[in-house]
Design a protein around this ligand. Structure first.
Ligand code: FAD
Length: 321
């Protein structure tokens, strides 16, 4: 009978994103002792110890040149082969750009149901797994049950505490026997986003600017606060559309969905499309000179004032502490 959880994640040069540890920590609670991790690419061999520490009992490391460049169809076939070898009851993927591309293809190949962008996965009374995921742009949450024998979930980053279990993962050798030349689509080049800042979807603190900053050069005010509090920078859509910041900063319904501990919304009115991307934040701090701005309804803390006075004062105060 299928059992255990296969946790599939991306890594770069041995660097594992925090969301992988979050998935492993959650998986270990749901199926203790039967967690297999699977990752791809150059540097995959270096992750064995780290994934073991966070809950993987076994790890499949597909580090050969076949997997050095991402291929949606190729990687999906490889995961399907690993599923045959491991026979898990469920698969976890990160709900980041990589996982959002791969998980549906794997679900299609396996004929399995997929619940995407889950904020919770739990064990139900009938012994199967169930999930909770936001719907209607974060306005409501749905309980999801998957009827297919094999269940697939993608997990939103930053929703699960990371717990170390202190064990080393055994290496499980699985050779999917694939040839990269048969892959239909392969990523040919990866261009790093400007600024090299941390991935917004995984950031713990975000300082985000809206049209209230008025001009691109004024973003410096936010950069200063971000540096003081150790935050990543984000923005509302118009600010990115204007070209004031890179598009990778754009947060909201049509941009990135973030779930930091603290989200500073600076000069952002709080349109529903922006709120859709930030509803997973633990604390929202709004800074706006309009006391009636809708952002204050969503915020835990609000400062009514001119951002050009409030933000530098805040940054100075943080540096003073
Ligand atoms: P504004 O609404 O112009 O707000 C600027 C705010 O700055 C105001 O509240 C103002 O009081 C304040 N302000 C001005 N000066 C100061 C000052 N000196 N000090 C302090 N505060 C000041 N938007 C997104 O963000 N993300 C999305 O993903 C997104 N997707 C969309 C999808 C669709 C289909 C559509 C139709 C729209 C989408 N939008 C999205 C746009 C959204 O509707 C809003 O237009 C946008 O979020 C507004 O951006 P803003 O808050 O930066 O600007």
């Amino acid at each position: 009978m299928a059992s255990g959880i296969l946790v599939v994640f991306n890594q770069e040069g041995g660097r594992v994103r925090r969301v992988a540890y979050e998935m492993l920590s959650l998986a270990q609670k749901l199926a203790p002792g039967s967690i297999t991790a699977l990752t791809f690419g150059e540097g995959a061999d270096q992750v064995r110890e780290a994934v073991g520490r966070y809950g993987a009992d076994r790890v499949i490391l597909l580090s050969s040149p076949t997997y050095h460049r991402y291929s949606s169809d190729g990687f999906a076939q490889a995961v399907a082969q690993a599923v045959e070898a491991v026979d898990p009851e469920a698969l976890f993927f990160p709900a980041n750009a990589w996982g959002k591309d791969l998980a549906p293809r794997v679900a299609g190949l396996l004929g399995a149901g997929l619940a995407s962008d889950c904020t919770e996965v739990h064990r139900r009374e009938d012994g199967r797994l169930g999930a909770i995921r936001p719907i209607y742009a974060g306005k409501a949450y749905a309980r999801v049950a998957i009827d297919s024998p094999r269940q697939i979930f993608s997990l939103r980053p930053n929703i699960q505490a990371v717990e170390e279990s202190g064990r080393a993962a055994d290496v499980l050798t699985v050779d999917p026997g694939l040839d990269a030349s048969s892959f239909q689509a392969v990523v040919s080049e990866v261009i790093q986003s400007q600024g090299g800042q941390m991935e917004l979807t995984e950031a713990d603190i975000i300082v985000s600017g809206g049209r209230g900053i008025k001009a691109p050069e004024n973003f410096k005010v936010l950069e200063d606060l971000a540096e003081a509090v150790g935050a990543a920078l984000g923005s509302s859509r118009p600010v990115a559309d204007e070209g004031w910041v890179p598009h990778s900063y754009h947060i909201g319904q049509t941009g990135k969905v973030v779930s930091p501990t603290v989200y500073f919304a600076v000069g952002i009115s709080g349109a529903i499309q922006h709120l859709a991307g930030i509803s997973g934040s633990k604390y929202i701090v709004a800074i706006n000179n309009d006391p009636d701005a809708p952002i204050f309804k969503a915020a835990n803390y609000g400062i009514v004032g001119d951002l050009f006075k409030v933000v530098p004062a805040l940054a100075n105060e943080v540096r003073r502490i």
